[in-house]
Design a protein around this ligand. Sequence first.
Ligand code: PMP
Length: 353
Amino acid sequence: MTSWKENVREVVPYTPGEQPKTKVIKLNTNENPYPPSPLVGKAISDVKLDALRKYPDPNCSNLISAIADYHGVDKENVFVGVGSDDVLAMSFLTFFNSNKPVFFPDITYSFYDVWADLFRIPYEKKSLDETFKIKPEDYDEPCGGIVIPNPNAPTGIAEPVSFFENIVKKHPECIVIIDEAYVDFGSMSCIDLVRKYDNLLVVRTFSKSRAMAGNRIGYAIGDKELIKYLSDCKFSFNSYTMDTITLAAGVASIQDDSYFKEKLEAVINTREWTKKQLSTLGFTYPDSKSNFIFAKHESVEASYIFEELKKAGIYVRYFSKPERISNYLRISIGTDEEMQVFIDELSKIIKGV
Ligand code: PMP
C-alpha cells in the first residue's frame, strides 16, 4: 500500500528571527528603529472603510507608477509583491527553470536554498573567501541563474556596480538577480544596469530603509520582457497579492523623500558609532554597508553573549550554522539610545567573563 505521504511536497522551512511579545530592545531582524513617514500614517487613515469592500487594484498601478518615477524607469520595468520575499520567490519560480544549477554564496540570505528546494531548482553554493567576500571567478561557469544580495547578508559587505556588471555580462544564458534589500544604507544600486542588460533583475524592499516591514512591500526592476514574464506567473498564482491599505501606504512613503533620507542618515551614523564601540570592546567585523553589523569577539563565544544579552532584554541574531559563522552575532542598528544600552550591557558581559 502506498501512503499519501509519498506525494507530499516536504520542505524544511526558513526560520525567521524571533518576534518577542514583551518589550525588549530588538536588534535581531534588521527592522528600522524609526517609524515610517507621517505621510504613510495619513495615507492609511485616509483609506475609506468602504474601499475594503472591493478587491484591490490587481495591477497596483499607483504604487508601480510611484516606484517607476522614483527610479526614472518605465512602469513596465517594475513588478511589485508582498515583501521582497514574495518577489524573490516569484522570480525563482519564473526564471530558474533550467537543469543547470543556480549559483549563490554559501553564506547569504538563508531563504534562497529554501525556495530552490521548494521549487525543485538545482543549486550550488559558492563559498565566500576567508574575509567573507564573494569570489567572482566562482560565478564564471554557465548556470541556471545567479542570485546575490548587495550588500550581502548577514556579512553586510557591499561590492561596486562594476563587480555585478562583470557577472551579468558573462551570463546571457541566465537571469542574474541582485537582491538590494539593504542597498540604501550606503552602497550603490545596479538599477541603472537594467537599461543595458536584459538578463538583470534588481529586487528591493520597503521593509528596511523605508521602515515598513509590517506592510510587506517588495519590488523588482528589470527589462520589460522580464517583468512581463514575472507578471504572467504572478497572475497564474494569485492576482490580488497586495492589499488596498498597503498600496496607499507605499505611495505615501515614496512621496516623503526628505524624511526617508533623514532617517537613513540617522541609521548610518548610529551604525558607524556602534562599529567604533564594538572595536573598543574587542570585536571585529566586516565593514558593513547595511543596517546591521556582523561581529565576532576576540575571546568570548557568540552563543554565550547572545544568551546573556537576551537575559538583559536585548535580542540580536545568532546563527549556529554554518560552522564558519557560528561565532558571529548579527546586530541590527537601533536608535542611539538603544545602541547605548546595548553597548553598556555588552561591556558588562565581556568584562564579567
Ligand atoms: N533579502 C534579504 C537579503 C533579506 O535579509 C530579507 C529580510 N529577511 C529579504 C530579502 C526579505 O525582506 P522582505 O520580505 O521583508 O522584503
